[in-house]
Design a protein around this ligand. Structure first.
Ligand code: PAF
Length: 282
């Protein structure tokens, strides 16, 4: 399996792939690969001739130094996982300086307010960091399609906006959330949970499912109050936010509109680890 750590070499390789009319798929990751990532890779393999998987823990999207330091890193294991999937996979695993040179800074973006709520409100600068690395990856790889998981649904909508703003000629493919058997959304951060907490964290999805049920008959305000009261009773999990929002604009629900698609978004701390999840409500 080819592994590149320099943009120029990756670009040269991909130029030749394009000359052979090979469709190129990109799966951007921060490594510590799990079944959620593998499902993105499998979809990309079904739809493209060559699949680039990038593995890069992007420092500019972390608002918390401790979170960046503790983010799981397992490059050798990740390469083994990908090797087993297909010889069509090419890995891009650059160093920080190969991406940023000596200025590890984000660009600033105007994402039409999509970045001002939820993750954007609680993690200062996060989406500027995501925008910076995703723009660079999309411009370096110039894929026909790029694959993002719906677990980071806000990120997915922001990436769609980025592609529109920069007029990049590719398709963004959103892929469903993969869950552990008890419902916890798969995430590299789950590795940092103790076994007991990991089991308890199934409560997040259970609560989202209950909120989905309630959405048929109860107001968003009452559902949010109920969710808060459920977490107040939980000894292990701390709720950071629960928000019901319009899936397209991410605007918090005020007066419900019949044709609007709503989604519940949640962020929770468990063992000091921040977990996010979301669920379509209607
Ligand atoms: O979702 C992620 O893993 C990251 O935010 C991404 C898209 C790879 C950018 O660093």
């Amino acid at each position: 399996m080819l592994v590149f750590d320099q943009k120029r070499e990756l670009k040269n390789f991909l130029d030749k792939e394009r000359e052979n009319s090979h469709a190129i798929g990109l799966v951007p990751t921060m490594g510590a690969l799990h079944q959620g990532h593998v499902s993105l890779v499998k979809k990309a393999l079904d739809e493209n001739d060559t699949v680039v998987v990038s593995i890069f823990v992007n420092p500019t999207q972390f608002d918390n130094k401790d979170d960046l330091q503790k983010y799981p890193r397992s490059l050798e294991k990740d390469l083994q996982t990908l090797k087993l999937e297909s010889p069509k996979i090419v890995v891009f695993a650059p160093t920080i300086s190969a991406i940023y040179g000596d200025k590890v800074n984000s660009q600033s973006y105007e994402f039409d307010g999509l970045d001002k709520v939820m993750e954007g409100a609680f993690r200062t600068g996060h989406f500027d960091g995501v925008g910076t690395i995703v723009e660079l990856l999309l411009k370096t790889v110039a894929p026909d399609r790029a694959y993002f998981g719906e677990k980071d649904f806000q990120q997915l909508q922001i990436v769609r906006k980025l592609v529109e703003l920069k007029a990049l000629p590719l398709e963004i493919v959103g892929c469903p959330i993969e869950r552990e058997p008890h419902g916890l959304a798969m995430s590299s951060r789950n590795e940092r949970l103790s076994e007991t907490t990991r089991k308890e964290a199934g409560f997040i999805y259970k609560t989202l499912r209950a909120a989905q049920e309630k959405f048929g008959t109860e107001s968003a305000k009452d559902i949010a109050a109920w969710v808060q009261s459920e977490f107040d009773k939980n000894q292990v999990l701390d709720l950071e936010y629960f928000q019901i929002a319009d899936e397209d604009t991410l605007t918090p629900v005020a007066k419900r509109q019949e044709k609007t698609k709503y989604r519940a978004f949640i962020a929770v701390y468990a063992d000091g680890v921040r977990l996010i999840d979301n669920l379509r409500l209607n």
